[in-house]
Ligand binder design. Structure first.
Ligand SMILES: Cc1ncc(COP(=O)(O)O)c(C=O)c1O
Length: 382
């Protein structure tokens, strides 16, 4: 057995909901272990409330939610999907699996996500979808992006894996796109180990999404008493989350107000404690965005150079602090460059991928861990 390093501040620790064990036991004792049972229903109703009443379909992961979104839109080889170059590979692989062409857009410097300015020049008659990833739960001008997509008959998919609990102009992130994707991976604000959800904001897409999610059938209609036999209606896969995982998710949802508060105060602790470090080193923190409610998914900074980023990560490692880098610019990866059909420049993505670092932040991070991180940063002399 590996002995845990007691001094080490982990980047993430999976959160266990206060009533998770009790709910899992109830789910196990029930006669419904597969998907779409009572715990799934409870979780989706509660998530729907957080998302302005949208329809929510639980999936086995955020990656599956993205794949389900692309299949629901029936994307194919004639289509192009615009995604940010600075993002997680699942965004690209979901579009690729649909057979469509991935077109890498650069990101906005302040949000590290797509903006109208980075998307519009890449749109052509083959563009069928835009996947806007709310990096660190940050976004702006989303309604403008949605309006633009509507005007061009392009689907807007939000990747809100980092964004649950955040809002823009009073509207929850995840409720702007025709479809949105959530992740309940253990690193996310809400976790059930592995899990995700497709949020359907456009009611016209709901029936198709249900069919694709249920192996191309209308099993949903059977279970809800609308038909007495189900049948095969089209392409699909199995995109359901087990009800046992949904029980874990329900416990996490119940604690969400408390865990969001913890994330907020830990972030505020970093804000206050790192002022001197920032002034001394020339590292930068994200600017405040107008009318934006932070999801406090992540605490990140940009180093003044890639060498300084690597040096502080080394220093953190030596100080038992697990600070980490993040995405590569996908367009610059060996596979990304091999599939890119266009030579679109992505200077911001390329630059931030070399300078970004993330600090430990999780749903029950103790004050002592935050203090230890701040002390390590204070002790760094470049
Ligand atoms: C922005 C983003 N999208 C999608 C995913 C995929 O989520 P999952 O790990 O649940 O498949 C992640 C995972 O970290 C992510 O960060």
């Amino acid at each position: 057995m590996v002995t845990p390093d007691k001094k080490r501040v982990a980047f993430n620790r999976p959160y266990q909901g206060k009533r998770a064990a009790e709910y899992v036991q109830q789910a196990l004792s029930s006669h419904h272990h597969s998907g779409d049972g009572p715990w799934t229903l409870k979780a989706t109703q509660e998530l729907a409330q957080m998302l302005n009443g949208a329809d929510v379909l639980l999936t086995p992961s955020g990656t599956h939610a993205l794949e389900l979104a692309c299949m629901t839109l029936d994307l194919g080889p004639d289509d192009e999907v615009i995604i940010p170059s600075f993002t997680f590979t699942s965004v690209a692989t979901a579009a690729l699996r649909s057979g469509s062409t991935v077109r890498f857009a650069d990101v906005d410097h302040d949000t590290l996500g797509l903006s109208l300015a980075t998307v519009v020049p890449l749109v052509n008659r083959r563009t069928r979808a835009v996947i806007a990833v709310h990096y660190a739960g940050r976004a702006r001008d989303l309604q403008d992006l949605r309006d633009y997509c509507d005007s061009q008959e392009i689907a807007l998919i939000e990747d809100a894996a980092h964004a649950l609990g955040g809002a823009l102009e009073g509207k929850p992130l995840g409720s702007f796109g025709h479809l949105s994707c959530l992740s309940f991976h253990e690193t996310k604000n809400l976790s059930c180990g592995e899990g995700g959800a497709l949020v359907v904001n456009d009611p016209q897409l709901l029936r198709l999404a249900r069919i694709v999610r249920e192996k191309g059938t209308n099993r949903f209609d059977l279970f809800n008493g609308y038909v007495d036999k189900y049948t095969w209606l089209g392409p699909g896969s199995s995109f359901l989350l087990s009800d046992i995982s949904a029980a874990i998710l329900c416990a996490a949802i119940e604690d969400f107000p408390v865990t969001q508060n913890r994330r907020r105060s830990a972030s505020q602790g970093y804000d206050a404690g790192l002022d001197d470090f920032i002034a001394r080193t020339g590292f930068t923190r994200p600017v405040q965005l107008p009318n934006h409610l932070n999801s406090h998914h992540m605490y990140y900074m940009l180093a003044s150079s890639d060498a300084k980023r690597d040096a502080i990560l080394d220093h953190c490692r030596n100080s038992h602090i697990q600070a980490v880098f993040h995405y590569q610019s996908l367009a610059r990866t060996p596979f990304g460059s091999s599939i890119a059909r266009y030579a679109d420049p992505t200077p911001v993505s390329d630059d931030v991928s070399r300078r970004l670092l993330r600090l430990p932040l999780y749903s029950d991070i103790p004050d002592q861990a935050v203090a230890a991180v701040i002390a390590a940063f204070d002790g760094w002399r470049p």
